[in-house]
Design a protein around this ligand. Structure first.
Ligand SMILES: *[C@@H]1O[C@H](CO)[C@@H](O)[C@H](O)[C@H]1NC(C)=O
Ligand SMILES: *[C@@H]1O[C@H](CO)[C@@H](O)[C@H](O)[C@H]1NC(C)=O
Length: 246
């Protein structure tokens, strides 16, 4: 029995091959043109902006922020807010950190607050939720929309710019490169009579931390639980003296 379909005549075979070759050349050409189009229309590539000031508190350009960001900032914040860890921290701050500050009249809705080592901005968010509108969050890495980049050793704020400087990061001051320098900067940026409130590791000697602050006195110390572990909240009030004139 002859099978004409299994082995087409050589002439037909060659024509099919030629057609296939032409088709693939056309596809390759179209792909090349599309690639060229993409290259020509792509935005400026991200070159390191080495000439800009590295301590700028804001992203130097859109590439700078985009390289760290997967979700848009607002969606990322919404996601963080829905996490139980974020909610636990917010609840702990609202129930055991803000009340003593309110009680000592060191925090009000009208206070200008600076959050140091703010991370993703949990404390900034909790302060907003508590009714404080003027809250600035800073850290070494910017994390929009709540935290922008600034060096705690060289705060980009004028003297006495804040009523309260707060850090809920127990490794905040001890983990700094120059803790005394960070303390001095906080004392410079807080107004006379304003407060500095820091969560510090329970193991850390509170007297050693207090000794870093030359123009403030401890007005309250209490144990608070953050993220399941006990930390010490040290509350200082700036007494406005200039023991260390600069
Ligand atoms: C502060 O703001 C919160 C939230 O908006 C509000 O519930 C509270 O009453 C305000 N406190 C004062 C003293 O106005
Ligand atoms: C201010 O604070 C420093 C450090 O705690 C203290 O030595 C100094 O006596 C205080 N001055 C006043 C007027 O309270």
């Amino acid at each position: 029995m002859a099978d004409s379909t299994a082995h087409p005549p050589p002439a037909v075979d060659q024509r099919v091959q030629r057609l296939a070759t032409r088709a693939s050349i056309a596809v390759a050409a179209a792909a090349t043109l599309f690639l060229l189009y993409l290259v020509r229309h792509a935005s400026t590539p991200c070159f390191p902006a080495s000439h800009t000031i590295p301590l700028s508190p804001f992203p130097r350009n859109s590439c700078d922020a985009a390289s760290r960001r997967v979700l848009p900032p607002d969606r990322r914040l919404a996601k963080l807010r829905s996490s139980s860890r974020w909610r636990r921290r917010s609840t702990a701050l609202a129930s055991s950190v803000f009340p003593p500050l309110h009680g000592l009249r060191l925090l009000a809705n009208s206070s200008r607050v600076l959050c140091l080592t703010a991370g993703a901005g949990n404390a900034v968010d909790a302060l907003h939720a508590a009714g404080v509108s003027e809250v600035t969050g800073i850290d070494l890495v910017d994390f929009p929309p709540l935290v922008r980049r600034a060096d705690p050793h060289r705060l980009p704020f004028s003297d006495g710019a804040f009523d309260l400087i707060f850090s809920d990061d127990p490794a905040g001051i001890s983990g700094a490169l120059f803790p005394a320098r960070v303390a001095a900067e906080a004392e410079r940026a807080v107004r006379d009579g304003g407060a500095i409130a820091l969560a510090v590791d329970w193991q850390q000697d509170p007297a050693a931390v207090a000794a870093l602050f030359k123009r403030s006195r401890v007005v309250d110390t209490r144990a608070v639980t953050l993220d399941g572990s006990q930390v010490r909240l040290l509350i200082f009030q700036s007494n406005g003296t200039t023991l260390n004139p600069r």
